[in-house]
Design a protein around this ligand. Structure first.
Ligand code: MN
Length: 373
């Protein structure tokens, strides 16, 4: 039987998510829902191990109900005979005296609290010999960090868990708290898999064709840097030394998606709302950017108010200008104060030598249309 491991990270249980306004509470439940789904996947796929690579909680001091959500889900694994391993992250670091992991006895099979990769756990499961390494970075205690990670012996399958920042460019300054490593470090390690947390988007690391590690990414988008599908990673080995079969399993409850709509030919904000309904599935949460040169000033607020019930939460970003619109062409021909106003603005726009000055003029043109018609 193959050895199956499920890797997840960056759940951020208990995040306030106030960036979602009135939808924040619902979004918090969607994070819990995604975490539950991750546990469902572990149980349905009959994995032997679940590894959680940090930031299970959004803070070191989550509320009681949030801790109980984690407790309940980890207990499901235990009941199913699945071993669970965890490390702290940056949000829920063990370095804090009042860290949740110091106060609560969560039903992990093993939670790594050592400041270096010094104390791996070894066990046999279904005929496989498995070694798991983990680290709880602590600026006061950690001495060797990544340097302490090395394969102990040749037998079996060796997996490391780390909440750590990949330093893709030597020039990036990454604080030591984020446990920086270079992609090469991962390839050199001769481990079978490094389960990473910290960066919130899915990313695989290879040695040749072979996957040697991954960021599984967050399980639910918390902001507009975490759009699209969210995953857990399933890793399967036929035996020690064989390359793993690696699958990213989508896990999110509702996607965050971004889209662009050209509203140049639309008559009003009501029509824009209709166009968004037609283009954007209600199963996702959207940020829609309006582009083009319509003959009116779109009202992002009115469009959001119109669509909020359908999407729960939606953002509309107005990137239109009226510069080449028919409306502005007509106004500029007028021998009136209004005509003069728009002529001067269009001249100012032509003279503007950066994006920011042009944006100021574009805004002034829209205010002018709102005031003068
Ligand atoms: Mn995180």
């Amino acid at each position: 039987m193959s050895l199956k491991v499920l890797h997840l990270a960056d759940v951020h249980l208990g995040a306030r998510l106030s960036n979602f306004g009135r939808y924040a509470e619902q979004r918090r439940q969607e994070i819990e829902g995604a975490f539950r789904r991750a546990m469902d996947v572990a149980i349905q796929r009959d994995v032997h191990l679940v590894v959680i690579a940090g930031d299970l909680f959004d803070s070191r001091n989550p509320e009681r109900e949030t801790v109980n959500v984690a407790r309940g889900q980890l207990a499901r694994l235990r009941e199913a005979g699945i071993r669970s391993f965890g490390v702290p992250g940056t949000h829920d670091s063990l370095a804090f005296a009042d860290s949740v992991y110091r106060r609560e006895n969560l039903p992990f099979d093993h939670f790594f609290t050592g400041p270096d990769f010094a104390d791996p756990v070894e066990f046999e499961v279904d005929g496989h010999s498995v070694t798991v390494y983990g680290i709880a970075y602590d600026r006061e205690q950690t001495t060797d960090g990544w340097r302490s990670l090395a394969r102990r012996h040749t037998e079996g399958i060796h997996i490391a868990i780390a909440h750590a920042a990949c330093q893709d460019h030597p020039g990036w300054s990454i604080p030591a708290d984020d446990l920086p490593f270079a992609p090469d470090d991962l390839q050199r390690l001769a481990l079978d898999y490094v389960a990473l947390g910290h960066y919130h988007n899915l990313r695989f690391f290879h040695r040749g064709e072979r996957v040697v590690g991954a960021y599984s990414g967050s399980v639910t988008g918390r902001n507009w840097k975490e759009t699209g599908k969210r995953h857990v990673v399933l890793i399967e080995w036929e035996g020690a030394g064989s390359p793993p079969a690696v699958t990213a399993v989508p896990i999110q409850v509702r996607l965050l998606e971004t889209g662009e709509i050209d509203v140049g030919d639309l008559p009003d904000s009501v029509a824009i709302a209709d166009a968004i309904r037609g283009a954007c599935e209600s199963s996702s949460i959207w940020r829609v950017t309006l582009t083009g040169d319509p003959d009116f000033v779109p009202s992002a607020e009115a469009i959001v108010a119109d669509l909020e019930a359908r999407y729960g939460y939606i953002e509309v970003h107005d990137a239109t200008t009226l510069v080449t619109s028919r409306l502005l062409a007509e106004r500029r021909e007028e021998e009136t104060v209004r005509g003069e106003f728009f002529r001067r603005l269009v001249d100012a726009r032509e003279r503007a030598d950066d994006e920011r000055s042009r944006a100021v003029v574009d805004r002034a043109i829209k205010l002018g249309v709102e005031v003068f018609g």
